[in-house]
Ligand binder design. Structure first.
Ligand code: NLE
Ligand code: FE2
Length: 303
């Protein structure tokens, strides 16, 4: 069982100021010295940044632009076919570049006039409560590095392609943006780690990996599916369950593979009614009650 936080590779800053990123044993960039150095450099820029200053500008290499281009071009036709129209319309409204990696300030310049959201730089993992607290203030902590060039079509580790093509386009929908903000505000309302985890898991099975019926077909609206061409090819063949908060908040998942179980909303209305209302109302008691319900129904073992 992975915590969402372990999606990101740990970053350490040495006494001499250099920054090291620790990639997992199965990371495609693990033995690529050039990639490792680059990851350290980009994480270092975010570590050196303080709020209120201009967001660090990364001088992306041709190879990095090429990864962005490849993935953008592979995803575009898949989005038109298999993404929910709420996302597709938002994506067209945002109009992100496809030929070069955008700077985070460019993302903000496009996004803020539409839904009021801002992108800021993160070196990697941001503690769960900080990440969600910022969502409550319409602020998205985004990594700036790119996935390894040898495996452009899927990565378990969130990179700028995921943060921007997945979440950025999603946050250009006023309806998806509002649900995301509500998840952030919910985090400020709960005190127990159990309730925080429950919120993060409902978020995982909705805004990260949610699917939704549209004109009789199951379409993707979750950012983790929408940023991965591999996942875009597969989500239609996975198990699709009806929205069910007790199940979503307690189901175990492995972040390193395509998600085999997905929760399907019947419409944006239903997503707002079930998940949006949950985020608007959840407190420690409600999360504990839903967890007890999951135990009662045999969805999860008693703690
Ligand atoms: N699997 C996604 C991708 O390849 O873009 C990233 C998911 C991050 C939660
Ligand atoms: Fe994400």
């Amino acid at each position: 069982m992975f915590e969402e936080g372990q999606l990101y590779s740990p970053v350490t800053q040495h006494d001499d100021g250099s920054v090291e990123v620790h990639l997992s044993d199965n990371h495609p960039g693990r033995n690529d010295a050039h990639y490792l150095a680059r990851r350290g450099e980009i994480a270092g820029a975010a570590l050196a940044w303080t709020r209120g200053e201009p967001i660090p500008v990364i001088d992306y290499t041709d190879a990095e632009h090429e990864i962005w281009r490849t993935v953008s071009h592979e995803l575009a036709p898949k989005h038109e076919k298999y993404a929910h129209s709420e996302y597709v319309v938002a994506k067209h409204a945002l109009g992100l570049p496809t030929e070069h990696v955008p700077q985070l300030h460019e993302v903000t310049e496009r996004l803020e006039p539409i839904t009021g959201w801002t992108y800021i730089a993160a070196p990697g993992l941001v503690p769960l409560r900080d990440f969600y607290g910022d969502l409550g203030a319409k602020t998205f902590n985004s990594t700036q590095y790119l996935r390894h060039g040898s495996e452009p079509l899927y990565t378990p580790e969130p990179d700028i392609i995921h943060e921007v093509i997945g979440h950025g386009n999603q946050l250009a929908s006023p309806r998806f943006a509002r649900i995301t903000e509500a998840a952030g505000k919910a985090s400020l309302r709960v005190e127990t780690d159990e309730a925080m985890k429950f919120i993060a898991d409902v978020f995982w099975f909705s805004m990260e990996f949610g699917v939704m019926r549209e004109h009789g077909e199951v379409k993707a609206y979750g950012a983790g599916i929408l940023s991965s061409t591999g996942e875009m090819d597969e989500f239609g063949h996975m198990e699709h369950r009806a929205l069910d908060l007790a199940d979503m908040g307690t189901l175990n998942y492995d972040i390193t593979h395509y998600q085999p179980i997905l929760f399907c909303a019947e419409s944006v209305d239903e997503l707002e009614d079930v998940v949006g209302t949950f985020f608007d109302e959840v407190d420690d008691d409600l999360a504990a009650k839903l967890r007890a319900e999951a135990v009662e129904r045999g969805l999860v073992e008693a703690p």
